[in-house]
Design a protein around this ligand. Sequence first.
Ligand code: OGA
Ligand code: MN
Length: 295
Amino acid sequence: MAMTFHQIHRHFVAEVSGPDLTRPQNAEEITAIRDAIDEFAVLVFHDQPLTDAQQIAFTRQFGPIENSAGGHIAKAHERRLGPEMNDVSNLGMDEKPLRRDDRKRMFNLGNRLWHSDSSFRAIPARYSLLSGRRVARSGGNTEFADMRAAYDALDAATKAEIEDLVCEHSLMYSRGSLGFDDFTPEEKILFRPVRQRLVRTHPATGRKSLYLSSHIGAIVGWPVPEARTFIRDLTEHATQADFVYVHRWRTNDLVMWDNRQTMHRVRRFDESEMRDMRRTTVAGDAPTAEQVEAA
Ligand code: OGA
Ligand code: MN
């Protein structure tokens, strides 16, 4: 089926019409989607009522799926979805909204901070695909920021200063900044910091982008407070309205984004309602920086 891409933001984001993602796509269609996500960084598909198996099958056409292990605090018996799915809903095993003080809920509140998925992994994620199975009636928008446009708008001196900087990312930094810091000894090992370049170059387009994330807690070689204030300044710059697209969910939207070129966050909503959002993630293929051995 013919596929069309319609850009809906000044810098990025296209709406895709044509495909039925419940069925396998042919090779040309996959190439067209790959080329489009290189260019637009975020793709919006409407009216895609996917099962988990269909979402996994569509995702696999772009590469191996990242295992969700290591990215959350839920124990096996507390997981509503399989290992290839990331549960970003507000629901527990009983399919009801989590209690206000539920540890999983408090941990997931970290998604309200600007981030790039799995930047806390040594090999960070390539694409994320988020399916809105049941969306909030009001609020619960997901916002995306174009990190290429943000990079391009920096002055030459800042570009030169950050070119080779390396940051440390950890889930403990993003959660810690919200006052969530009671990690178990096992979680402290699982979430130990990894290193990422602050400037990335997209392998297909050659465009540079700022690789920011609330998971950043340090810049290698910098005093911590200086690093954190600088990262805050860069984040403020990178998330100004001009670089941001606000996605207002309709039921059965599938939004696919390139974590190498964007950040995102979810906004507040009425959590007495069910918001059932399910993410699959295409694994990255290489680290962005050399890692140091864990002590
Ligand atoms: C994610 C995420 C935001 C949302 O799926 O990676 O951050 O809208 N979700 O729930
Ligand atoms: Mn996310």
